[in-house]
Design a protein around this ligand. Structure first.
Ligand SMILES: *Cc1c(COP(=O)(O)O)cnc(C)c1O
Length: 459
């Protein structure tokens, strides 16, 4: 594995340009997080999900069992830990299994659904469809749906955000349009069209799709655009995950304090999802949680943003794009194929983030296969990015230096490593088999699948 230290030299930048994996850690001690949002804002997002739960249970049969709660289990990942050859002295590996989030099948269920629910709520209150305190199942009446049907919800996406927005918007009765980048998978487009969502395909990348969506809505007086690059509502929908996770962590008897550090590894595209979650976790756990973002070697946009924030990329525009250093933003991790980071996410978490690392597409497929063989869990390539984190942190000079500087070495055996698996539920079987066989060709000594690990779900 080719990992350089975070002391920056032209050689280091060369490694980044050559699309070899790197671990970058912040050189200063984290500042207090930006007061962009308060705990009350995050709690308000969670409360909004709760108000909508009865309606969601009615609209989506898959939510009957949870009474409308859209959440994922926290899983003991000791079998995957063994497959990754991480010794028990390094702490314990867990998985936050957002790859099974119902309705959207990815982490986008959190932010995307939250934003559409917030828009619908504001509209419904304005139009007198509901009063504060009402049962939101009123929004399923023909009258409410007819009202929503006059509005269009649009979004630009590499795929998963479009799936989430398109599905919830059309379920509520909105017209929905999803602008997809060229790297969006055919099955994601087909799934949306089957639900009556208008899918507009664009030749270019994620940024072009977003710009096109924004333009379309500007021309429509009844249009609402979900802006992945600068939406506070998306961000807070993601942040609300931290509140639920805190209960799961307590339920699993996991301690988080000065002697029990929590390391969280979050796959990152534009930065909204991992940023919101990191923000929420830092509100709850302060300096005891250490979040790392994971990006494809060809799409390290948040890494570049962090570096330029520390003055390490003189001469590049701010915010920098991955094209500016000669990378091509091409990756099989379609959920992470973003050339430039969200300034909203950077402003909110840039001051607290522990570090960012990059992963090759081969490593993503290998970890996808290791996870399948050790635990039976089925994820998409983007969702495997978290699993490189613990090995990089513990096994690279940059990681060792950072642990040393933070005084974390003595506490490692009591540490919790949490890999966030961000998508996969709806990946078609043939597509998954292709990922898996590519992964198997990269992993020596396949293991037989074991029983599913125990679930840790509060309630
Ligand atoms: C979107 C996405 C992410 C990252 O979210 P951003 O808000 O773009 O940073 C991670 N994993 C998957 C599967 C995604 O679809």
């Amino acid at each position: 594995m080719n990992v350089s230290s975070s002391s920056l030299s032209p050689e280091w930048l060369q490694t980044l340009r050559a699309a070899r994996p790197v671990l970058w850690t912040r050189s200063d001690t984290p500042s207090a997080h930006a007061a962009a949002f308060s705990l009350a804002d995050v709690q308000a997002a969670q409360a909004r999900f709760t108000r909508y739960a009865p309606l969601l249970a009615q609209l989506f049969p898959e939510l009957t069992a949870t009474q409308g709660v859209i959440e994922s289990p926290l899983l003991d990942a000791s079998a995957m830990q063994a497959a990754l050859e991480l010794p028990p002295t390094a702490g314990r590996l867990w998985i936050k299994a957002d790859h099974v989030l119902p309705v959207a099948g990815s982490i986008k269920a959190r932010g995307g659904i939250h934003e559409v629910l917030e828009f619908a709520e504001r509209l419904a209150l304005e139009q007198g469809l509901i009063q504060p305190g009402d049962d939101y199942r009123k929004l399923a009446t023909p009258e409410a749906r007819a009202c929503f049907g006059r509005y269009q919800v649009a979004v630009g996406s590499t795929g998963n955000l479009g799936l989430s927005i398109g599905v919830i918007a059309s379920a509520l009765g909105f017209r929905a349009a999803v602008h997809m980048s060229a790297d969006a998978k055919a099955w994601k487009k087909a799934r949306l069209r089957a639900r009556g969502v208008e899918v507009v395909e664009h030749e270019g990348d994620y940024e072009k799709a977003v710009a096109a969506g924004r333009r379309q809505v500007e021309a429509d007086p009844h249009g609402y655009f979900v802006d992945d690059e600068r939406s506070a509502s998306l961000f807070l929908g993601y942040a609300a995950a931290a509140l639920y996770l805190r209960d799961q962590i307590a339920q699993a008897d996991i301690r988080v304090d000065a002697e029990h550090p929590l390391f969280v590894y979050l796959p990152c595209g534009v930065g909204g999802a991992p940023g919101g979650i990191a923000y929420g976790l830092s509100l709850l756990y302060g300096e005891h949680v250490h979040c790392f973002f994971a990006e494809p070697v060809q799409s390290p946009c948040f890494l570049l943003r962090m570096m330029s924030g520390e003055g390490q990329l003189p001469g590049l525009p701010v915010p920098p794009s991955v094209y500016d250093i000669g990378l091509n933003n091409l990756t099989d991790a379609d959920g992470l194929a973003v050339p430039r980071a969200s300034e909203l996410a950077y402003t909110a978490v840039g001051g607290t983030l522990a570090g960012v690392y990059t992963v090759t597409d081969d490593a993503l497929h290998a970890d996808l296969a290791r996870l399948h063989d050790s635990t039976g869990l089925r994820i998409e390539p983007s969702a495997a990015a978290g699993f490189s984190g613990p090995g990089l942190l513990l096994g690279s000079p940059a990681g060792q230096a950072w642990l040393q500087a933070r005084g974390l070495q003595p506490h490692l055996s009591r540490a919790t490593h949490l890999a966030w698996t961000t998508g996969g539920l709806f990946v078609p079987a043939e597509e998954y088999e292709r990922f898996l066989s590519r992964g198997h060709s990269l992993v020596a000594g396949n293991q037989a699948p074991t029983d599913a690990p125990p679930l840790h779900h509060p309630q």
